[in-house]
Structures are given as C-alpha cells and as structure tokens.
Design a protein around this ligand. Structure first.
Ligand code: NAP
Ligand code: GLV
Ligand code: GLV
Length: 317
C-alpha cells in the first residue's frame, strides 16, 4: 500500500476524502509546523507528501525520500518548494489555486479597511478605556470612494481585489499584462510599476514570491509612494523589505500598512510591532471554512490521483 505523509492536521472534513483514497497515511499530530528533523525521518517511507507553506521542501529533503512521487502544497503559493529540484527528480508538485481566491481577496479588503479607518488602533483605544465621548476629530482616517487602488500582480486574487475596489467607487490601476476583461469589469487601467507606486492611494501586493519579486518593495519604492499611501501585503513577506517598511511607517514616508505575511514568519520585525499605523495579521488569508475544506479536498485528491497512476488536476511541476 502507498503511504501519504501529511505535515499538519487538516480540517475535520478532510477525513472523508482521506478515507476514500485507501492510502496508508500518517499525520504530524502537533498544532505547529513540523520540525525539520522529524520531516527528514518521516519522508523516508513516503510515496506522497501533503505539506504546508511553512515547510521548506528542498533538494536535501527530496534526496531523503527515495519513494516520493508527489508533493501537494496546502497553499497556492509554492515558493517553499524547490520546483527545479522536484522536476529534476520527476516528482510531481501540486497546489490549491482558485478555491482560496475569495477568502484571500476578502481578507485583503479587511486589511484595506482596517488600515484606512484605523480599526485596530480604534479598538485598542476603546478597550483601554479612552473613549470618553464622540469628538469631531477622533481617529480620523481615509475615505476610499474616488481614491486609486493599485494592484501589483493582477492574477486570480489581485483581480478579485480590484473588482471589490471598483464596487467601493475606486479607480483601479493594475500590472503587468493587459487584461481586457478586467478593464471592462472595473474600468481598470494598465500602468507601469513606478506609475502605480506614484499614483495610488492604496497599493496591494498579489505577486508570487519568486527570485525577481523578492524585495520588490524597498525604501526606494516606498519613497516613490504618496505620503498618504497605504501598503497592503497578503502575498508573501519577503516581497517587502520589512526593516525599510518599519522605518517608512515610523517616519511617515507612507501613512499606513496592513500585513498578513512576514519576511521571517512567524517572526515579525520588532520595529513593526511598536507602530500604531499598521494592522498585523497572522497569515490568515485563506482561513475560511469553505476555502480550507476545498483546499484539503484538492490536495488529497491530487495526491491520490498521482499515487494511483492518474493525472492530478492542479499540477505546477
Ligand atoms: P496568480 O493567479 O498566479 O497571480 C499572480 C499574478 O502575479 C500573475 O498574474 C502574474 O502575472 C503576476 N506577477 C508575477 N510577478 C509580477 C511582477 N513582478 N509584477 C507584476 N505582476 C506580476 O496567483 P494567485 O492565486 O492570485 O495568488 C497570488 C499569491 O498570493 C500566491 O502566490 C501566494 O503567495 C499569495 N497568497 C497568500 C495568501 C494568504 O494567506 N495571505 C493566500 C493565497 C495566496 P504573469 O502572468 O504576468 O506572470
Ligand atoms: C497562502 O498563503 C497560500 O499561498 O495559499
Ligand atoms: C454619526 O454617527 C452621524 O450620525 O453623523
């Protein structure tokens, strides 16, 4: 019988699909990312792997896995996996595109609204007992209607964020390939990266983490933005230089930011933690019941397909 190793417990609904596969399976039982030494041990006997975005799946790990045929990432971003190493070893890699688009786009909007209207700061203020009555100038924020939303990376999630922005009455700028459907749906305008930085009130990042996109946003790019701009990152932490962002927020080079992802997750740059004009979330973009169940079904079905000699639906490599 083929063996599937799963590096964290999936939502309870996953049990139904796991039972259908008739694969032998083992699950790392603890509620935190699996330590590297344990994964190196467990992978030795695995024919298939369902892993998390927090697991570094590199060439050394693949070399410790002589039977491994398939890696299914319980995420759409695959930057945690060495795709070239997998290709070279004929290991198939799958991910979970599409089913988490709404969840992540909606969470992006939660961050946009929270940063623009100072929600977390306002809540901290209230809970601290500082709300002594309505005031004309209390916790003034930014109104979004009529403002410009810049989308960096107009793939599945970026396009959905743009559509919601259009419903808020925002002008939409997007990169980097022309998309007539998006232009029709949102009156979106294709713009150069630098022009998006200069002209947007809200800048939202939706590119995958690749070598070219690492540190796409540094002090240079932050200085190109309006001093009233708000930067949102629900893509991947290393796309932004976190130390530069902390300085820019502290010195009011930009007005505010909202982050769901961090350069060295789960660590957060200490300079960020002290700031009020920043909303911080623990990487919960896809954390809805519907998305996480659908992701579980996808990774289990694709792992089972490969191990049964069939084609998986969501193959990356
Ligand atoms: P997608 O459909 O593949 O979209 C990514 C888009 O980025 C593509 O349109 C791509 O365009 C574009 N792109 C890549 N590099 C670019 C650059 N330098 N400048 C401009 N555009 C660039 O992926 P998705 O499903 O929307 O997901 C996007 C990312 O979100 C994932 O890779 C993942 O890292 C992140 N994510 C985070 C969460 C969370 O929990 N916070 C949840 C889901 C996803 P081309 O076609 O021209 O390459
Ligand atoms: C989450 O971050 C994902 O890439 O699915
Ligand atoms: C505010 O609560 C208003 O009524 O304007």
């Amino acid at each position: 019988m083929k063996t599937l190793y799963i590096t964290q417990k999936l939502p309870a609904a996953a049990d139904i699909w796991l039972q259908k596969t008739a694969l032998d399976r083992e699950i790392f039982p603890e509620p935190h990312p699996i330590p590297r030494e344990i994964l190196l041990q467990k992978i030795k006997m695995a024919d298939g792997l369902i892993c998390m975005l927090s697991d570094a799946i590199d060439a050394d790990l693949m070399d410790a896995a002589p039977k491994l045929k398939v890696i299914c990432n319980y995420a759409v971003g695959t930057n945690n996996i060495d795709l070239e190493a997998a290709r070279a070893r004929n290991i198939i890699v799958c991910n979970t595109p599409g089913v988490l688009t709404h969840a992540t786009a909606e969470l992006t909007w939660a961050l946009i609204l929270a940063a623009a209207r100072r929600l977390t700061e306002s809540e901290r203020f209230l809970r601290a007992g500082k709300f002594i009555g309505w005031q004309p100038t209390l916790l003034i924020g930014t109104e979004l209607f009529g403002k410009t939303l810049g989308i960096i990376g107009s793939g599945r999630i970026g396009q959905r964020v743009a559509q919601i922005g259009h419903a808020f009455g925002m002008e939409i700028l997007y990169s980097r390939s022309r998309n007539p459907d998006l232009e029709k749906a949102c009156n979106a305008k294709l713009s150069e990266f630098g022009d998006i930085l200069k002209n947007s009130d809200i800048i939202s990042l939706h590119v995958p983490l690749t070598p070219e996109n690492k540190r796409l946003i540094t002090m240079r790019e932050l200085k190109m933005m309006k001093s009233s701009a708000i930067l949102i990152n629900t893509a991947r932490g290393p796309i932004v230089n976190e130390a530069d962002l902390a300085t820019a927020l502290q010195q009011k080079i930009i007005a505010a930011a909202g982050l769901d992802v961090f350069e060295k997750e789960p660590l957060v740059h200490p300079g960020l933690l002290a700031l009020e004009n920043l909303v911080l979330l623990p990487h919960i973009g896809s954390a809805t019941e519907r998305a996480r169940n659908a992701m579980a079904k996808m990774v289990i079905e694709d792992a089972a397909a490969v191990l049964n000699g069939q084609s998986p639906k969501n193959r990356v490599v």
